[in-house]
Design a protein around this ligand. Structure first.
Ligand code: AMP
Ligand code: GLY
Length: 425
């Protein structure tokens, strides 16, 4: 089959990388892709969804896979489906789970899913009253999409009120903040769980742990994610079952009853408090960088799972993962990430002579482009992810960091402690 992948990050690179191993996949297109995805397929510079759907029809694309949230929230799936095309991802209506935190929290409440206590409001007075009744810290969230920056963990009530004021006035995040969610702070550890859904049935993928903060020991500002590993030992069968029974099943049932059956990936951002799962947020796509590790753990063809999800046939799917295998991914970011953009810098990757490393690692390219001489340049915030595989988290981690040592560009920075929570156990 021929596949179109929408997006340009490391997540989309890794989906392409996995699909390329599938015998049934013939040609891969990326829209728009990045400076390295052209090694896996062909980059297409079409942005408009209708034009892209026309392109997919002309080229007889069998499956379109949407990586990022923006096109999903803006209705790319509806447009493709109206044209009779097969596309992996939720409808515009269901994508509101990520597009609006108010919508998401209201769904959680309506479907009886455990989450932090909250109010939604557009009034500073109401927000202030709620804040004054709460213990500290307090979490203040802008309603709309803010590229991961719309969440403030306020250490004091005063700070929470200031954050609410900044958002509601439109100063902090423009229109995305004119409605807010104020909620209690949950103290536990975070997990990312992905359920691939077809509207009715679902497959739960092995749980991942991301590292959102810029610096070691979870210090510094929040980022899109500085590294992740899969599977994490911080979840056992009992906890998986709680997540299925209390979170995934009621969410899919509720959305179906409300006329917006969910298909695509439901990304459940969980906080585990005293061994109980609480939903922090839903996203409606694969996590980045979690996807970069997940994609190399499949034993069964990824294309088959995505196609069956997109066509409502997940009940017939057999999804298998490599046995006793772990993947650790370390993000290499550019000098000024996440504050501002950085000067383009040439990327040099040393030849990997070590057979063991060659066979058990790969680079997922994200914020990269090519100059006119064909040189690969670091041009984005998160430039690439070095992924190592191994029969233990430690082995996978060591390989990932060995690979980090083989990659050079000016200003390169990374965390040195990815997977530390698993390794200290
Ligand atoms: P979100 O975009 O809602 O996932 O929030 C981004 C990050 O803020 C999460 O990954 C958590 O680290 C943190 N966070 C969000 N909500 C809460 C909460 N209620 N309690 C503690 N931490 C939170
Ligand atoms: N890694 C977190 C995210 O993709 O939102």
């Amino acid at each position: 089959m021929d596949v179109l992948i929408v997006g340009s990050g490391g997540r989309e690179y890794s989906i392409g990388y996995a699909l390329k191993q599938d015998e049934s996949v013939n040609k891969i297109y990326f829209a728009p892709g990045n400076g390295a995805t052209d090694q896996l397929g062909e980059n297409i510079a079409i942005k408009d969804f209708n034009e892209l759907a026309n392109f997919a029809k002309e080229k007889n694309i069998d499956l379109t896979v949407v990586g990022p949230e923006d096109p999903l929230v803006n209705g790319i799936v509806d447009i493709f489906q109206e044209q009779g095309l097969t596309i992996f991802g939720p409808s515009k209506a269901a994508a509101q789970l990520e597009g609006s935190k108010v919508f998401m929290k209201n769904c959680l409440q309506k479907y009886g899913i455990p989450t932090a206590k909250y109010i939604e409001t557009d009034s500073l007075e109401e927000a202030t009253n709620f804040i004054n009744q709460m213990g500290e810290p307090i979490v203040v969230k802008a309603d709309g999409l803010c590229a991961g920056k719309g969440v403030i963990i306020a250490q004091t009530k005063q700070e929470a009120i200031e954050a609410a004021k900044g958002m509601l006035s439109g100063e902090s995040f423009g229109d995305a903040g004119t409605k807010i969610v104020v909620e209690e702070y949950l103290d536990g550890y975070e997990l990312s769980i992905f359920a691939v859904c077809d509207g009715k049935d679902y497959v739960v993928l092995p749980a991942a742990q991301d590292h959102k903060r810029l610096l070691d020991n979870d210090e510094g500002p929040n980022t899109g994610g500085m590294g992740a590993y899969v599977p994490t030992p911080l979840i056992d069968d009992e906890l998986y079952k709680k997540v299925e029974d209390r979170v995934i099943k009621p969410t899919l049932k509720g959305l179906e009853e409300d006329g917006m059956p969910f298909s695509g990936v439901l990304f459940i951002g969980l906080m585990i408090v005293n061994n109980e799962p609480y939903v922090l947020e839903y996203n409606v796509r694969f996590g980045d960088p979690e996807c970069e590790e997940l994609m190399v753990l499949f034993e069964s063809p990824v294309s088959d799972m995505l196609l069956k999800a997109a066509t409502g046939n997940l009940k017939d799917v057999e999804v298998k993962f490599k046995e006793d295998t772990y993947a650790v991914g370390v993000v290499l970011a550019s000098k000024n990430y996440p504050y501002s953009s950085s000067e383009p810098a040439e990327i040099i990757v040393d030849e990997i002579v070590h057979e063991d490393l060659k066979e058990n690692s790969y680079i997922a390219y994200a914020g990269v482009s090519r100059d006119e001489d064909g040189k690969l340049l670091a041009t984005g915030g998160r430039v690439l992810v070095c992924v190592g595989l191994g029969s233990s988290i430690r082995e996978a981690r060591d390989r990932a960091y060995m690979l980090v040592g083989q990659v050079h560009f000016y200003g390169k920075k990374c965390r040195t402690d990815i997977a530390y929570q698993a390794l200290k156990q």
